[in-house]
Write a protein that binds this ligand. Sequence first.
Ligand SMILES: Nc1nc(=O)c2c([nH]1)NC[C@@H]1CN(c3ccc(C(=O)N[C@@H](CCC(=O)O)C(=O)O)cc3)CN21
Ligand SMILES: CC(C)C(=O)C(=O)O
Ligand SMILES: [Mg+2]
Length: 263
Amino acid sequence: MAVTVNTLKEMKQSGEKFTCLTSYDATFAQVVSSTGVEVILIGDSLGMVLQGNDSTLPVTLEDMTYHTQCVSNGNQGALLMADMPFMSYATPAQAMESAAALMQSGAHMVKLEGGDWLCETIRLLSERGIPTCAHLGLTPQTVNKMGGYKVQGRLDDQANKMVSDAIALAIAGADVILLECVPAHLAEKITQSVDIPVIGIGAGNKTDGQVLVIHDMLGVTSGHRPKFVKNFLEGNSSISAAIENYITDVKSGAFPSEEHTFK
Ligand SMILES: Nc1nc(=O)c2c([nH]1)NC[C@@H]1CN(c3ccc(C(=O)N[C@@H](CCC(=O)O)C(=O)O)cc3)CN21
Ligand SMILES: CC(C)C(=O)C(=O)O
Ligand SMILES: [Mg+2]
């Protein structure tokens, strides 16, 4: 049966962890979804892993609609979440148009990077029937403001702001929160503070779900490998076995372990 926003909410309530992996094409989407991963992210990380750029900023809305359509064609029942690319949601009106293009390409939900300033946009999208995921913590589209890909929320002020942003975004109508590169204790606090599902990457094992870039979990990352990455192909003889192993380890809480977690 197809995964919906309700499935994820029920899983949060029952305490069953869910998984998410990126896919950018129909063949991977077919393998990932039929192995039982609940959510597929069509990530703007494609700007780095497919296009070879050193950030996600060059990715266009057209790139995202193209890959969302490809993934949609191969998908077997996963919830498809598509990233809104850099500067495609600078105003609420622009966000409506960009989100419409992604939904018409096959997405079931859109993801936007930012804190409480996104509340109005999320409210408008929600009212128009578009589920949203708000991405907090390390937000790669703001790498130039952050001064690099660094753990976020280590200072008390920053941490408190992240908790209040998450609560405000949930009240505005966000269906999911995604936390990237935040200390595990902060991610746990945010997960307990909202009743919508929280997905983590580099955010410890207490969030409701986990996400990784598919290339990273298959050990084909080129260049710097972030601390939260684990190669699941090691010790497994096929891609689907690696994905099954990832699902098992997320559900049991074995992944991410201490070595993949920020304090
Ligand atoms: N292949 C790939 N995997 C990703 O997870 C990913 C992408 N690309 N592209 C888009 C963003 C960029 N991401 C990144 C990139 C680098 C770090 C990184 O190097 N982090 C440091 C943190 C150091 C610190 O502050 O302590 C690390 O060592 O993990 C984290 C996330 C996550 N996303
Ligand atoms: C790293 C994940 C969360 C992402 O936003 C992406 O793949 O673009
Ligand atoms: Mg992204």
